[in-house]
Design a protein around this ligand. Sequence first.
Ligand code: SAM
Length: 258
Amino acid sequence: MKLYKNDQHFLIDKRVLNRVIEYGDLNSSDVVLEIGAGYGNLTELLAERAGKVIAIEMDPVLAASINRAQNLEIYVGDALKMEFRQFNKVISNLPYSISSPVTFKLLGCKFDLGILMYQHEFAKRMVAVPGSKDYGRLSITVQYYADVHILEVVPPDAFSAPPEVSSAIVKLIPRPPPYTVKDENFFMRFLIAVFSQRRKTIKNAILNNAGLLGIRDNALGTIPDEILRKRAEVLSPFELAELADLLYDEKISSPEKI
Ligand code: SAM
């Protein structure tokens, strides 16, 4: 298998590039963040339509090759280690190896719209609904912060070098969470606990992770048996949030570090 440095699969299909721009619905008041600008194929199109483009690229040779437009700021470095300047749209063909951390970093920012290219498998997990095989922690956490849709699937030959798998363009629209939890940090730990053992019942998954959650052994007493016999993958995000809140009341200590 040939390895490409830093996820360098460049989007060369002009029709796909143009559709990414159309999905972004750009105008001169937009400030667009682009993560992983490469040699600037998407960056230049963004700069033609947006008021300002903030492009981040880790590879200094690639970054130096981008045509400098007046409304373009280029930052060379690791997007995970940089503080993002203020933006209202994020439009990127992301480096796939940082899909998860960069998505959660973005969801911690305030913005209106994301048009983001991911591996198709990752995108399916982002949009998955309860009961499906792709449903899990990623679906629940992304959907907690944003509406998320797959706009189109992109075949490997749209890129140079072609990746080994298909990609997908995802639309993210951040919005307030559709339900509340007593403690978001505890809810995220609870999701790690119940989905790390997704074939087990909720009861066993919780008991096996009592240390991680910092709950008493008898903490399950308040939860109906019919719920405890189910598996996490069949419960809706809202049901899981209710369950996490019940357990949160039984918390006895700070959870273990994960
Ligand atoms: N935007 C270009 C395009 O659409 O063809 C390039 C996209 S390519 C999939 C991802 C780019 O992200 C590569 O140019 C790579 O060097 C860069 N990259 C990889 N890891 C990065 C990181 N942690 N921070 C910033 N850029 C990164």
